[in-house]
Design a protein around this ligand. Sequence first.
Ligand code: SME
Length: 137
Amino acid sequence: TNQTLSRDEKLQAICQFLNENVAHYNWVGFYFANHENKTLHLGPYVGAPTDHTEIPFGKGICGQVAESNANFVVPDVAAQDNYIACSFTVKSEIVVPLFVNGINIGQIDIDSHVLDPFTEEDERFLEFVNSEVAELF
Ligand code: SME
């Protein structure tokens, strides 16, 4: 039952739930910040395996959110110059920071195979998801 799940297993289940239940979510994962060496590290995820398990702050959409502490909605990844491609099937991306006690400890990262699918509803929803995830820390 739920109480026996580790934090990573819970995060994995959240990724799976989002990936299965929102049609335009095609890769869902968490990155976590190491503030000492300013890198992000891939945590639980669902979707195609990625080579980008470690991302320096400032690099790509994820790395920029590690520094800006703000949501980043990318309607068309082809229009971004500071972007790390994981798969040619990815057309758009949303990254929402994860705050624990006001500190940006990581982020939820979602890729879509659809062009320009993300709305303010996605932003509010993923902010809510992250506020719940924050309770696990
Ligand atoms: N596209 C991201 C890299 C992570 S993959 O989407 C899983 C970026 O530009 O930061």
